[in-house]
Design a protein around this ligand. Structure first.
Ligand SMILES: CC(C)(COP(=O)(O)OP(=O)(O)OC[C@H]1O[C@@H](n2cnc3c(N)ncnc32)[C@H](O)[C@@H]1OP(=O)(O)O)[C@@H](O)C(=O)NCCC(=O)NCCS
Length: 168
């Protein structure tokens, strides 16, 4: 994601309804203030890989930005946690999420040199749980906790994608 595009993510969370944030397991009072978050995200996208707390991927369809993924808890050469979001509801449930996740997984594995990639959605949010399985992730466990800095306490499911043994 180029620094100029980070607003798609910041606005997506800030403009979301309370009901939608609850489905995602995101707590509105834990979102950084909009402009400060935008500036911090822009800066983050310019840092060298080894200094990143977050790496973002913009999802484009026919040149239009339609969604994004971020990776955080990055341990270069080892593991990271990914997130997946199609911004417009009308774009969902057509196979796009699965296609973008597959492409994004390959990108993260290559750029961050990962051995495994995790994703930990809210357990009651069916869409990512189904999509991760379809994109080749394996279920690890369910647990309760606060998975990230913008999340509230919730029940989550942990999924993993292991780098194939045959991969270079
Ligand atoms: C998660 C998301 C990226 C998935 O993308 P998508 O394009 O909607 O998913 P796909 O069309 O590729 O569907 C993949 C699978 O999920 C299922 N699915 C998708 N949305 C669903 C929903 N709302 N309810 C039930 N099943 C759903 C599909 O039926 C399909 O299942 P199958 O393998 O049994 O056929 C997208 O739905 C989204 O952005 N949702 C809102 C944000 C979100 O919840 N992000 C997760 C935060 S961790």
């Amino acid at each position: 994601m180029p620094p100029s595009a980070v607003g798609i993510r910041v606005d997506y969370f800030h403009d979301a309804s309370d009901e939608y944030l609850a489905l995602l397991g995101v707590a509105r009072d834990r979102l950084p203030e909009r402009e400060a978050w935008r500036r911090a995200s822009e800066l983050e996208c310019t840092r060298p890989l080894g200094q990143r707390s977050m790496y973002a991927v913009l999802w484009e369809l026919d040149g239009d930005p339609v969604g994004f993924s971020t990776a955080d808890r990055i341990v270069l050469g080892e593991s990271a946690f990914m997130h997946l979001h199609l911004v417009e509801e009308s774009r969902r449930r057509q196979g796009l999420g699965t296609a973008f996740v597959r492409l994004t997984v390959e990108h993260y594995l290559e750029v961050l040199r990962l051995r495994r990639l995790f994703c930990e959605p809210n357990a009651f949010n069916t869409a990512p749980n189904r999509t991760l399985q379809r994109a080749g992730f394996s279920y690890v466990l369910s647990r309760q906790g606060t998975p990230g800095p913008i999340n509230g306490f919730q029940t989550t499911t942990l999924w993993v994608y292991e780098r194939p043994a045959s991969a270079p």
